[in-house]
Write a protein that binds this ligand. Structure first.
Ligand SMILES: [Fe+2]
Length: 415
């Protein structure tokens, strides 16, 4: 499959590549696979393919192109996700009830919107308001490409036959990493947030000073073998390691291992099917609660998002991304700050000082989620390589496990 590497300067080419990639990611699926919703957090593949298309229709074509005609008026209700200022929407937990439109009809919808966007770019590609909005749509679609894969992983994981989402994925190389080590991070006032170059989301702004205290940060991610030691040491049964909400959650839900690990702790379900657990690969599909408890057990803590950003700011953006074709975390080959797994931080997802959301409906994109969620950093093995940066903030509820989420440790004090 061809997946775009770094962004090209040509917006029509970037648009075409990102649109094509979404279909390629779904190319190993049968139409039946694309309809199912396995839990409210998960959206069906077909819905993702349609919703990202609706985003271009609603926020680009209907704003900037008077000649645009909808393919189907009903899609505005079906494929609006959460933009109340743009109108009413179909209930999120019922997205899996939509056998119609069919997958073929959704693909026809994509073609209809693709042609209109390309025509708009051809005619008014020098209008920065239009190109900025299309660039946002491209980045939005890349976010949904990651969700498409994490969501279909959850759907397939419900199937006792354990089919592979993509049977041709290549396993990454594996070798035992050096024992866990820390390096001293910068202290004092550090500038954090978007640098003002290239694309960034509103939640990365404004760039501002943050105070970092004396700390050390882990030189790699925590591995499956290290997490297994926590399990074997009775970590899931020791209340003193857990936040109150975490202890309640693991007991209510019966959690005693990462999501997708088999009961014998020997294999795990992946996008490539059921596979032996690689002891050297980063542990993933764990909640904030589990990451926090592991860190406490290890005599450490999770980094703040600004400690993480200070460590990542000078790093080349390289790592195990979607483009590598593994779609599973890989044993350490460097700092692992980018790629492999999103890293839980101890920072609540909150607005930066002086934050101003985007105007209009798009102000709903990030701003209204700034409550009760934790910030995660660095991208994962199913994030597009040209989508991530040091200032990038994603966010999940502390009990979320279906994303590629893992652990980097930090400590107070100097070396
Ligand atoms: Fe969306």
């Amino acid at each position: 499959m061809t997946i775009p590497a770094r962004a090209t300067n040509s917006l029509p080419v970037s648009f075409e590549r990102v649109r094509k990639t979404s279909l390629e990611l779904a190319s190993t699926l049968a139409p039946e696979d694309t309809v199912v919703q396995s839990m409210p957090d998960v959206s069906p593949t077909k819905w993702h393919l349609a919703h990202v298309t609706w985003f271009f229709e609603r926020f680009v074509l209907e704003v900037f192109d008077d000649s645009y005609r909808r393919l189907n008026d009903g899609y505005d209700f079906l494929f609006n996700s959460y933009y109340y200022s743009a109108g009413q929407m179909h209930a999120r937990p019922k997205r899996g009830m939509l056998t119609r439109p069919t997958l073929d009809e959704v693909i026809a919808y994509r073609r209809h919107v693709d042609a209109a966007i390309q025509q708009l770019l051809h005619e008014r590609g020098d209008n920065t308001e239009i190109t900025d909005r299309i660039t946002l749509g491209i980045n939005h679609e890349q976010q949904h490409q990651e969700l498409l894969l994490t969501d279909i992983l959850h759907v397939f994981a419900q199937n006792p036959l354990r089919p592979a989402v993509n049977p041709s994925l290549e396993l990454p190389p594996s070798a035992a990493p050096a024992s866990y080590a820390f390096i001293t991070g910068p202290i004092g006032i550090q500038e954090v947030g978007a640098m003002g170059e290239g694309f960034y989301f509103d939640n990365e702004t404004p760039r501002h000073p943050a105070l970092l205290h004396e700390h050390q940060i882990g030189t790699r991610l925590v591995t499956n073998a290290e997490y297994r030691e926590f399990i074997d040491a009775g970590g899931y049964h020791n209340s003193s390691l857990w936040l109150s909400d975490g202890w309640a959650t693991i007991n209510e839900r019966g959690w005693n291992r990462p999501l997708y690990w088999a009961e014998d702790l020997a294999s795990q379900y992946t996008l490539g099917g059921q596979r032996d657990i690689d002891p050297h690969a980063p542990v993933c599909h764990i909640s904030y609660y589990e990451a926090d408890a592991y860190a406490r057990w290890a005599g450490a803590r999770l980094p703040t998002e600004f400690e993480w950003e200070a460590a990542a700011a000078s790093e080349e953006i390289a790592g195990n991304f979607l483009d590598a074709g593994h779609w599973t975390p890989a044993a350490a080959d460097g700092s692992q700050l980018f790629g492999d797994v999103w890293e839980w931080t101890s920072s609540a997802y909150a607005p930066y000082p002086g934050f101003v959301p985007l105007d209009g409906s798009l102000g709903e994109y990030n701003c209204k989620f700034m409550c009760n969620q934790m910030t995660v950093r660095g991208g994962s093995c199913v994030t597009a390589a040209d989508h991530i940066r040091a200032s990038y903030r994603s966010f999940f509820y502390p009990d979320a496990r279906w994303q590629f989420l893992g652990i980097r440790l930090a400590k107070d004090g100097g070396a």
